[in-house]
Write a protein that binds this ligand. Structure first.
Ligand code: NAD
Ligand code: WQD
Length: 355
């Protein structure tokens, strides 16, 4: 039986593919590469020395998706694919609503048609909006502040309605906090297009000399050093959480919602200091205006995931920064072709690509 990974070429998806392949799962990936590169998948093959199947396909291609379900014995889906940039979602709301909502609806319809009822869904701590208190538990009040967040909130609701309609559905909604870091090999990592929006990719591009200084968005928050506090989680810990969620839904039904974070927050200035230590580089910064929509403090209550999934994050901030730095230094321009893997690909040893 196979696991279908949508968005598997992306940042979190590629790390999760490694964990799945190393755990012995058969993996089928669908990604239109709108925010990723096929090279990440070459490197997944290289790291794991395992084979998998990749389809370069838009999830909105219903007929294409149906042909994948017809061809592979898919038992569950991990659904990462979607657009994720908060600022862009404010500029392009129709694009965000269309892509995130329609693709998920088509995916669920095709799953229903092929009687595949197990789904792990990528949600986000963004669904907590302006949290009333920290740490944030799964039953905290919800409320999104931008179109991206609203797509996640609406999709969570749709998945709950779907599961309520047929008890064969088993859905795990995972609310990620702030994923950072990279695989320890330094071969895959986060590869943002253009100037990064998120703090860690920005810091690492300053450290490597691509950007001149970090703009610290506000130092007048009600936090010990005045800068925003977030719950940064190593992407490999996050990926491992998906395997635990998958095991749980395979055995049960209904909807479970879990926070995936560390339960600990770090400020912007603490992250800059940690990255300076990890990289040995000095990281200039300047305090700038607050970024509209930002909140002061956000970190997870992880007790439910610890207890019900038997999962907890084990990698600390030093390892997160060290692994991000290894990825950044060895791939200063992001993903570039590798002659070794292309040769292996030509020999058909790693993965097949179907258009
Ligand atoms: P990513 O952009 O690296 O990966 C998403 C992948 O989906 C990309 O490879 C992209 O090409 C693909 N994709 C997008 N639309 C598609 C479509 N219509 N058809 C097929 N493929 C499509 O993002 P990521 O950081 O790996 O995030 C994965 C998921 O986790 C997303 O749903 C995101 O909203 C969610 N999430 C991410 C974060 C974060 O900070 N990275 C935090 C919380 C939640
Ligand atoms: C972290 C902290 C900023 C950049 C976002 C999305 C969220 C989720 C994760 C998808 C904040 C500060 C940032 C910079 C800075 N994604 N900062 N200078 O905003 O917590 O979460 O990514 O679901 O939905 O909103 O992450 O990394 O952008 O910011 O000072 O150049 O760093 O103000 O305090 P955020 P972030």
């Amino acid at each position: 039986m196979a696991i279908l990974i949508t968005g598997g070429a992306g940042y979190i998806g590629s790390h999760t593919c490694i964990e799945l392949l190393e755990a012995g799962y058969e993996v089928v990936i669908v990604d239109n590469l709108c925010n990723s590169s096929h090279i990440s998948l070459n490197r997944v093959a290289e790291i794991t020395n395992k084979t998998f199947t990749f389809y370069k396909m838009d999830l909105m291609d219903r007929a294409g998706l149906e042909s994948i379900f017809a061809r592979h014995p898919i038992e569950a889906v991990i659904h990462f694919a979607g657009l994720k940039a908060v600022g862009e979602s404010v500029q392009l709301p129709l694009s965000y609503y269309h892509t995130n909502m329609t693709s998920t609806l088509i995916l669920c319809e095709v799953m229903k048609k092929f009687e595949v009822h197990k789904l792990v869904f990528s949600s986000s701590a963004t669904v907590y909006g302006l949290p009333e208190a920290v740490p944030i538990a799964e039953n905290a009040a919800l409320g999104a502040t931008n179109p991206y967040g609203r797509t996640k909130l609406m999709l969570e609701q749709i998945l709950q309605d779907l599961a309520a309609s047929d008890e064969r559905w088993g859905v795990s909604i995972l609310r990620y906090f702030n994923p950072i870091g990279a695989h320890k090999s330094g071969r895959i990592g986060e590869n943002p297009n253009g100037i990064p929006n998120n703090l860690l990719p920005y810091i690492s591009q300053v450290a490597v000399g691509k950007l001149t200084q970090v703009n610290v968005f506000g130092d007048d928050y009600p936090t010990p050093d005045g800068t925003g506090i977030r719950d940064y989680i190593h992407v490999v810990d996050l990926a491992k959480g998906h395997l635990k969620a998958l095991e749980k839904i395979k055995a049960g039904s209904g909807v479970d919602i879990y926070n995936l974070g560390t339960g600990r927050g770090y400020s912007v200035l603490e992250m800059i200091a940690a990255f300076e230590i990890a990289s040995g580089q000095s990281i200039p910064y300047a305090v700038a205006e607050r970024r509209p929509g930002d909140i002061a403090v956000c970190f997870a209550d992880t007790e439910k995931a610890n207890r019900e999934l038997n999962w907890s994050a084990t990698r600390g901030i030093e390892e997160m920064c060290r692994d991000s730095w290894r990825w950044q230094c060895s791939n200063p321009s992001g993903y570039e072709e590798d002659s070794f893997v292309l040769h292996e690909l030509a020999a058909g040893n790693y993965h097949k690509t179907a258009q």
